[in-house]
Design a binder for this molecule. Structure first.
Ligand code: IFM
Length: 474
């Protein structure tokens, strides 16, 4: 071990005392290795708007994120995704990097407004070709491409009609899913329908901190119901058009614990659990909306049409879990309707990431266990990672906290798997530092560093850690 690493480890040891992490847990040279997981998907996950850039190139139309991020005040430091990681031009080199790190699976999303720039009657061939190039590069390099149909960048012309709050979005989505699955379905068998519907409906239509920046309870509930319908509709279309299909959809999820055993905190935790974890999966399993545990969900009834109950379920091959932090729930008068808040981790004195999210690897085990009570065929961790401040020293990035995070999180995945839960894959969030939505470019989640001025990529030590971890996969 180099002296520099030793000092860092020592410092994180001091951190462990501060944050009450047992020192034992800091031994990073434990022999955890991908071979302990058996046959498993090991990948990196990305999203179109966060990496591609080229927002107006080759006929691409505007998405809600182009509009939102270019409006002053919406994104930290006045950042936008116009250039992002320039992946539109660097995809070949980037895929080569991930291959060199021994990953076998690459998850990316399709930019809807590259493919249907103006309305759904005319396809933009150059947009279609771009994803063919990515897919072909993956296949040439023996990397499995995994497509996410929708990762938050709705075309602006659909938003003009109300976006996810207008049921018409389903007609557009149907056409988009149909065209793309027909086009790429012979080459790509692994698909995910939606990325984190709870996040894009809540932040986009209720709190307004993400595109399209709406703040309305009605729009929120309408968007929730339409996203639930899109989830199963997308699944059915993919099943029709994709060869040897392996179809999933993803959920953001967090174990929710009450701050105390007081009845009002327990009830607050139950409501948050519904909104965060249950609202999208239960209708997809034919269980309907969990309104019994959160009466406000009855507001959805206004948007449910005859026959919708039968349209909501779909038998997914896998469910993608995207877990980042646990929630300690407390009753709060300051949060109308849900009357619950997540206690600030800083005030709880726990270790946090650059997003102010608690570092709590055991939560990964708890959330997998929580979802395993549902009748789902397979669980894949479709995103997991942490943003920490990185610095380049003599050309290298010794991101020991991120390494520790992955090491400990993966042990929790293995713990669940060893108990017999069918967890079959893990995707790192994320491949390279990218545009982190309203937070701009400051939080760095990548295992590859990106210099946003020069677009120079530098593999972080966490990237090399994965290379070693995955060394038996090649
Ligand atoms: O960057 C996001 C991603 O787009 C969706 N899941 C959470 C990540 C970190 O915030």
């Amino acid at each position: 071990m180099q002296r520099r690493d030793y000092i860092k480890l020592l410092l994180s040891g001091i951190g462990s005392l501060l944050f009450k992490i047992p020192l034992k847990a800091l031994q990073l040279n434990r022999p955890i290795h991908s071979k302990h997981f058996g046959t498993f998907y090991w990948g990196v996950a990305t999203a179109a708007y966060q990496i591609e850039g080229s927002h107006d190139v080759d006929g691409k139309g505007l998405s809600i994120w182009d509009t939102f991020s270019n409006k002053s005040g919406n994104i930290k430091d006045k950042n936008n995704g116009n250039t992002a990681c320039n992946f539109y031009y660097t995809y070949k080199e980037d895929i080569e990097i991930l291959k060199n790190l021994n990953f076998k699976d690459f998850r990316f999303s399709l930019s809807w407004s590259r493919i249907f720039p103006h309305d759904n009657s005319k396809v933009n061939q150059k947009g279609i070709d771009f994803y063919h190039r990515i897919i072909d590069t993956c296949l040439e390099k023996n990397i499995n491409p995994w497509i996410t149909l929708y990762h938050w960048d709705l075309p602006q012309y659909i938003q003009e009609k109300g976006g996810w709050a207008n049921r018409e979005v389903l007609n557009y989505f149907e056409e988009f899913a149909h065209t793309t699955s027909k086009t790429y379905g012979d080459k790509v068998s692994k698909w995910m329908v939606l990325n984190e519907p709870a996040a894009f409906t809540t932040f986009g239509y209720l709190t307004g901190i993400h595109a399209p920046g709406k703040i309305s309870l009605n729009s929120y509930f309408a968007s929730v119901h339409h996203a639930v319908l899109a989830q199963s509709l997308g699944g059915k279309i993919l099943r029709e058009n994709v060869k040897n299909s392996f179809i999933g959809t993803t959920f953001s999820c967090s174990p929710v614990e009450p701050a105390s055993q007081k009845a009002k905190n327990i009830r607050a935790a139950r409501r948050l659990d519904v909104a965060v974890n249950r609202m999208f999966i239960e209708p997809s399993l034919g269980m309907g909306y969990p309104s019994n545990d959160f009466r406000l969900l009855e507001s959805l009834n206004k948007y449910i049409k005859e026959g919708d109950e039968a349209k909501m379920p779909f038998e997914f091959d896998f469910i993608g879990l995207q877990h980042y932090f646990r929630i300690i729930a407390k009753y709060s008068l300051a949060r109308p309707f849900i009357w619950a808040t997540d206690m600030d981790p800083k005030k709880r004195g726990v270790e946090t990431t650059a997003m102010n999210w608690e570092v709590h690897p055991e939560s990964m085990y708890h959330i997998i266990k929580y979802f395993s009570k549902y009748p789902i065929k397979q669980i894949i961790i479709s995103e997991s990672g942490a943003a920490f401040e990185d610095s380049i020293t003599n050309g290298s990035i010794n991101d020991i906290r991120r390494i520790k995070f992955f090491d400990e999180t993966l042990q929790q995945v293995l713990r669940a798997k060893n108990e017999g839960i069918n967890v079959s894959g893990y995707f790192v969030w994320t491949f390279m530092d990218n545009f982190e939505w309203a937070e701009g470019y400051r939080p760095r989640f990548g295992i590859v560093h990106n210099d946003f001025n020069t677009q120079k990529r530098t593999v972080k030590d966490s990237g090399y850690w994965f290379k070693e971890f995955l060394s038996s996969e090649i």
